[in-house]
Design a protein around this ligand. Structure first.
Ligand code: PRX
Length: 652
């Protein structure tokens, strides 16, 4: 196995290999030039890229409109179409090149060339139009991680409909809330999906969601994916394959303003209600496109595999939009990493000649734990670049990735970004920057970050931590929260003044100026790279009849990064023994039903009351140390009920 983490320090550096540097599209000299250009005139820097990298129907004149800051607008008077940029643009030069290579968990394989993908997208776009869906209408996509999910997103983009993908692991209740908030008129789902050998009944969940409300939905398109029987409601539900029959294979793209919303993606925040992050067409596509070139050094002969599900922002930017806009071949795997064993990912890399592999630290840790024999029994020689995203990667996992998967020679790009930033903000440029295990290194050219203290004063000394903020607008920034612009402004633009985007992460910069993301500073958990609000889990628990009150905190977890611990006060007596075990299971299942399996608490502790200050504020810091099993050293004298600490720490 790899080096002991104790040997690793912030000063340990890994320069890219000479071979990589020689063939890389950006070397240190080029990067320095890009930085100078961006520092000199960041608006001009982005405008030049937008003209070079995107195909416009009408060129924009104004690059940045800040008249309504912080609701910035980029390239607003230009028109384009995202699907045209991802598909049509490649037909003449790459029509027969593979756009998508797909494998399902049970082993079904399918491929699409750019020409085939274009045809399917056009047919679906025409089908959707025939249902009355037009430009600006919202379409919710609740599909497994299949090529059809990409086809559905691209078809919406083609006609200017705004897609909102809901991760297939979310429950019927979550689906309903998102459909309602978006006011969607069309839902695209599937009969089901197979994961970890068991079937996920998506259509059933969709039916439950629609029965419970969501009156705005007029039609449901159902993809046949597992052949499991489903109920089809006459007049509302339509089979994908039947609807596409006879649809024309050409669909004129809808030319929209660069500011036209491309999609909404709901993400957790510090309240119980997820927010619909709204992304634009032109600015989003620009950062998605260029970051593929800068960070992944994407070339025409690459097979690019980002393992993220299309239900998350990583799947949007680095499965659907970025690689296709670059004409790349994208690998898609619909299934779990451990099926039939921990060699599945490596077998896929071998079988399809994957050259760029991008995954989450939680997967790396789980695969590391399974042992080196799995990766060693597959031919990984085609790999040339590795990436990590979603949470801080611990140096031990980084070293294993580097040595066992990268054979000590592949660069690792640790990419820091968020749903709201749309694309990667900080990352090594692989041919230009030495990496350090656990650091996302530096902001990309055109991205200006700052570290500030509690009062918003910039921290200028290296080696000092603080809150991460972004100083200048960038093209792929979120435009607003759907239907709630005041919340957008309050969440992201108030804490440190109107010209500093509040990231919500704490960060540290070392003596060499390298950035190290430490984690969230708000009430947001990061469980297996997925974002969850503590309040969201608390409100799910609170909707159970037996629960009076709860407080949810995170606890470090070896594989998942963070585990969820819930402290629960019941309406009746505090249960113990078997009764507590049974109720715990009931509550976990209830949260699973309300949000989705990813939100089920790992541990539930019943208590007579929560530790509150006299002003009624729950002392979360105290709960976090109790959940970690630390001895309580905090001053508890300000607590209304100091005696409760004993019960919380040593539950019966
Ligand atoms: O805390 C940071 C963490 O994930 C948060 C964003 O979550 P989400 O919007 O779901 O997007 C995840 C995929 C882009 C961030 O605020 N995070 C993401 N990438 C990293 C990270 N933390 C440390 N290192 C990273 N590379």
């Amino acid at each position: 196995m790899s080096d002991s983490p104790s040997l690793l320090t912030a000063s340990r550096r890994f320069p890219p290999s000479r071979a990589f540097v020689e063939s890389a599209s950006i070397n240190a000299t080029r990067l320095a030039e890009m930085r100078v250009a961006a520092d000199d005139d960041y608006v001009g820097f982005w405008a030049k890229l937008a003209r070079e990298q995107l195909a416009w129907k009408t060129e924009f004149i104004t690059a940045l409109d800040d008249s309504n800051a912080p609701n910035f607008r980029w390239f607003a008077d230009g028109t384009l179409n995202a699907s045209f940029n991802c598909l049509d643009l490649h037909l003449a030069t790459r029509g027969d090149k593979l756009a998508i290579v797909f494998e399902s968990e049970p082993g079904a394989r399918r491929t699409y060339t750019y020409r085939q993908l274009h045809r399917e997208v056009c047919k679906l776009a025409n089908a959707i139009k025939s249902l009355g869906v037009g430009c600006g209408d919202r379409v919710v996509i609740y599909l497994p991680h299949t090529p059809e999910a990409i086809i559905a997103m691209q078809a919406c983009a083609r006609i200017g409909a705004i897609h909102s993908v809901v991760f297939a692991g979310f429950s019927a209740t979550s689906l309903k809330d998102r459909i309602e908030d978006a006011g969607a008129t069309l839902l695209i789902t599937a009969d089901g999906s197979v994961r970890n050998g068991s079937s996920i009944e998506l259509k059933r969940a969709a039916d439950d969601a629609l029965q419970a409300g969501s009156g705005s939905i007029k039609n449901v398109i159902v993809l046949r994916n597992t052949e499991r029987p489903v109920d089809m409601k006459a007049g509302r539900d339509l089979w994908w394959h039947e609807l596409l029959e006879g649809q024309p294979e050409h669909c004129e793209p809808e030319w929209v303003s660069a500011e036209h919303p491309l999609f909404l993606l709901y993400t957790s925040g510090s309240t119980g209600k997820p927010k619909g992050i709204q992304h634009s067409t032109g600015g989003y596509l620009l950062n998605a496109t260029v970051t593929c070139q800068w960070v992944f050094d994407l070339r025409d002969d690459d097979v690019f595999w980002c393992t993220a599900d299309v239900g998350w922002i990583t799947g949007h930017t680095y499965v659907c939009y970025g690689p296709l806009a670059n004409g790349a071949t994208v690998m898609i795997y619909e299934g779990a990493p451990m099926v039939p064993d921990a060699g599945r990912f490596w077998k896929i890399c071998q079988d399809y000649g994957v050259t760029i592999f991008y995954t989450a630290p939680t997967a790396i840790r789980a695969l590391m734990r399974a042992g080196d024999a799995f990766p060693k029994s597959y031919d990984l020689s085609k790999l040339r670049l590795l990436g990590s995203v979603g949470e801080p990667i611990n140096p031990e996992a980084w070293m294993w990735y580097h040595e066992v998967i990268g054979k000590g020679r592949l660069p690792i790009v640790d990419t820091w970004w968020q749903t709201e930033t749309g694309a990667i903000m900080m990352s090594p440029i692989p041919g230009a920057i030495d990496t350090k295990p656990g650091s996302c290194t530096h902001p990309l050219p055109g991205i200006f970050v700052e570290i500030v203290d509690e009062a918003g004063t910039p921290v200028t000394e290296n080696s000092t931590g603080g809150y991460l903020v972004i100083r200048k607008p960038w093209p792929s920034m979120a435009r607003t929260i759907w239907g709630d612009n005041p919340r957008y402004i309050k969440t992201y633009w108030e804490q440190f003044g109107p010209d500093r985007y509040v990231v919500g992460d704490s960060v540290h910069r070392d003596e060499d100026g390298y950035y190290w993301i430490l984690g969230r500073v708000d009430d947001v958990l990061n469980v297996s790279g997925h974002r969850l609000g503590t309040m969201e889990v608390e409100s799910a628990l609170g909707s159970h009849a037996a629960v009076a009150e709860s407080a949810v905190v995170g606890r470090p977890h070896e594989i998942k990064g963070e585990a969820i611990v819930a402290f629960v006060v019941l309406r009746g007596d505090r249960p113990t023994g078997e009764q507590a075990t049974a109720l715990s299971k009931q509550l976990r299942d209830h949260v699973g039903m309300q949000i989705g399996a990813i939100a089920k608490p790992d541990e539930i502790r019943f208590t007579d009351s929560l530790p509150k200050t006299r002003s009624g504020k729950i002392m979360r810091r105290l709960l976090r140390s109790i959940a970690k099993g630390e001895t309580v050293t905090q001053d508890v004298s300000t607590l209304e009920n100091p005696n409760i600490v004993e019960q919380l720490a040593y539950p019966a």
